[in-house]
Structures are given as C-alpha cells and as structure tokens.
Write a new protein. Structure first.
Length: 143
C-alpha cells in the first residue's frame, strides 16, 4: 500500500497539483483540523475539492479523525510548545481513536494533506508513520 503526504504552504497551486498528478495519487485526504484556512487561496476545502477533481481527477475527503485536537494544536503552535511533547500527545490521541481501524482500502494511494511545507514537524508524517507501524505494508512517499 502507498500513502503519500503533501503540504500546501510555500508552493504554487501549479506545483502542488503537478506533484499530485505525477505521483498518481488516488485521493486527497485532508488531515487538517481546520480545512477552511486562509494560508493558501487554493487550499480551502471547497476550492481544494473542486481543483483536485478538475485538475487531477481525484477525490477529496476531510478526515478530522486524523487531525489533532484544538488543545494539542494550540499548545504547540500558539504557546510555542516542544515538538516532542506535541508528537507524544498526538500519537496518544491516534491510539485512543484507534485510527488503524479506518478502512485501509480508502486510504491506499491517498495523499495526506496538511499545511506544513515539509513533513519533518507536521502531524501528517506522524499519521503516516503510525499507520505504517500498525499496518506494516505501507510505503510512505512525501511529495
């Protein structure tokens, strides 16, 4: 199984959708808590759904179960918390939510979307790695 990840900041719409197309992504899986963000004009949920279908011929789905809670996010972003503490809390949240019970086929070939341009300090990487640990046969590809 392949699981892609992508961020939308520090890129153009052209570059973003070209990466999705080249990778043959099957579905854009939005893992943001707030998918109406103003960070990128093309990344608001309704626009993103339209562009994904029109440009890449792929579906879009918001998976809030794969997003941190507002409390966890605020502690890290607004209070400038430590990445390690954020990661530990989010990993614990995913375990509590039992995200490994999600439909594996629905995520196969999907691309986890978040705002961070790189996956290093982004929860989409934590989601992908958590699922790989639980499902074992996951190849993670960061676009």
């Amino acid at each position: 199984m392949k699981l892609f990840t992508i961020g939308f900041t520090k890129t153009t719409a052209e570059g973003f959708f070209a990466r999705l197309s080249r990778a043959n992504v099957r579905k854009l899986v939005d893992v943001r808590l707030n998918n109406v963000s103003q960070l990128a004009g093309f990344a608001k949920k309704d626009d993103l759904k339209f562009f994904a279908k029109s440009i890449c011929h792929i579906d879009y789905e918001h998976f809030p179960a794969l997003a941190p809670t507002q409390d966890i996010l605020d502690e890290y972003k607004k209070s400038k918390g430590a990445w390690q503490i954020y990661a530990e809390k989010f990993l614990s949240l995913m375990a509590q939510r039992k995200i490994e019970n999600l439909d594996k086929d629905a995520l196969d070939g999907g691309c986890l979307l978040c705002s961070e341009d790189k996956p290093h300090h982004c929860h989409r990487r934590l989601v992908a790695e958590y699922l790989k640990d639980k499902w074992h046969d996951v190849e993670i590809i960061h676009l």
